[in-house]
Design a protein around this ligand. Sequence first.
Ligand code: 3H9
Length: 704
Amino acid sequence: MGSAVAVVRYAQHGAILVVTIDNAPVNALGAEVRRGLVDAIAAAEAAPGVAAVLIVGAGRNFIGGADIREFGKPPVAPLLPDVCQRIEACSKPVIAAIHGVALGGGLEVALAAHYRLALGGAKLGLPEVLLGLLPGAGGTQRAPRLIGAQAALDMMLTGRQLGAAEARALGLVDKLGVDAADPLEQGLAYAAELVAAHAPARRTRDADRLADVAASQAAIDAARSSTAKQARGLFSPLKIIDAVQGALDLPFDQGMALERALFVQCLDSPQRAGLVHAFFAEREVVKAPETRVAQPRPIASIGIVGGGTMGAGITVAALDAGLPVTMIEVDAAALARGRALVEKVYDGQVAKGRMTAAAKATTMARYTGSTAYDALAQVDLVIEAVFEDMAVKQAVFAQLDRVCKPGAVLATNTSYLDIDQIAASTTRPADVVGLHFFSPANIMKLLEIVVPERTAPEVVATAFALAKLLRKTPVRAGVCDGFIGNRILAVYRTAADHMLEDGASPYQIDAAVRAFGYPMGPYQMSDLAGGDIGWATRKRRAPTRDPRARYVQIADRLCERGWFGQKTGRGYYLYADGARSGTPDPEVAAIVDAERQRAGVRARSFTDDEIMRRYMAAMINEGANVVHEGIALRPLDVDVTFVHGYGFPRYRGGPMHYADTIGLDQVLADIRTFAQDDPVFWNASPLLVELVERGENFASLNQA
Ligand code: 3H9
């Protein structure tokens, strides 16, 4: 007996019907797979010679979950909860042999099976929350019954992946397998064992880990109160808790109906659309054109020039990736400071118990410091992270040009300087690329890969390969002042400054931006980063500033007083005794007032909604310019930049996705209204105008 259905195959091995899910790349549970599973169970029921069913995944994983591409489209029967129901109802024991990942609906299929085997390297999780969803194929009802409310809530609210051993300890799986061995072979052995023991079709719906009602309720209550504090505007976490409450209160079938209703609410929410957009956008950004046509050069060692905050952060990122790093500084003292900054990161991890002293030693053994550029003769890739000054950078690149081997990639971490000009100062501009890290470089995920005109495609491909090694999210950017992120930031920050001078307080603007979903507002951010950085940029731009453009001087007044933010104890906020969070400063309010008078502005009030409309319109409009000019490949590259580098709330997908959700015609109408007062600043992007005229959205430009 067998079937030729491509994505689900089944064939008898003795008394075991082996059902193989073979739906590359991750065996997602699309409609065809769901149908195949139902057919396979029917076949098992019908065949007298079949004593048990074994479900395995082909390729690297068991099942990666429901097919995310189906979300937002009309549902196609059989629905996954019904498929799981069919598996659980099977009269013959069903065994899941899990290797690779069993995530979301994939784990729910395994939970509907009667017995579960996990290979050593397996990863099990219910990550639906990360997509704005809840487990919608029985996960919210079966997992708590199987492993208790607390452990199930932890899995579903964090979305984290459990290793096989932890899953076994919790009772999520029944048996641990050997890692490297064949899942089919081990699954067959386990199934044979169960058949020989006359193991019954044991159903998870009947499991009793919720029997202690008081303890279960206490776990739900605790999750509810901590989630209310931490969910930060997210919709699905509280729905997950409601579903688990249903698991405790209701008979199984009613609990399933509740889960379905809550799942559909999540599915229909804009947050789900935003989070799924972010998921696919993160996977699209890595496919820059050069990565399709060119092979990356090998990267076995790295050089870093500069041991300041950025250089040290990048060094940590590279050491953490297992790469040997050679750091160059101008003299022994500077080198010692650079090394100390690197060690400080690891010492912090040791102190927190996240790293052992031995592991730190092993990591630091990959670090070499030198004051001589010749130490970089053999490295495959160098990242320059010195002072932001063209002459200084060109001097560094002249040295790199002199010492580096042919084929070495020469990268600069500049945030705004013209990389074409840096490249032109070498004899090998094809090897020069921008790698713009964000501070702290060992933590922030974003890496702008800035591609000057003459860079060779394989150098770009190498930069993307490096991003993968360092576990960064790369976004390809073209050369302009500020690239994608800082260029757009400068514009919406200016919009904020206009509102500040027009009557909003920095504290109100920050609060409105936080309420939108950011972890902090622009003035908190400025205080954290240091006001001197923006000050230097404004001075640099002063000569080329449009004389007609409105220029708000409030920030300059603070900087002139040496109020650079946290590091100086005051900025827009006051930081008493080195405190990390600031309090509003009446003296700042007085300075703002004085500036309004100087500028002849009569203060007016803003609602939070008005603040966000202007803030977002400025961001979206400049985002459109950046796409229009080809600085960003697509709108989604802007979205990933802002989600990963600037704190944009992921559940809103990114500024361009967000623009689509409110409607580009609405954004354009806002810009045209604002332009009545300030036509120089509020200059609608040609791309935005064009899309509105064509009745299109940004998403239409995301398709390859
Ligand atoms: C769910 O299950 C809901 C249910 O509770 C209820 C239903 C009623 N679907 O990440 P990679 C694609 S919600 C469709 O680079 P890796 C991905 O886009 C779901 N496509 O590989 C990419 O395509 P492309 C719960 C998917 O090895 C390719 O596969 N599950 C799906 O680094 C390779 O992906 C999750 O949230 C999918 N489910 O990591 C798991 N998954 O090549 C989400 C991946 O065209 N997925 N693709 O760019 C992951 O976490 C990782 O992809 C995984 C593989 C760990 C599986």
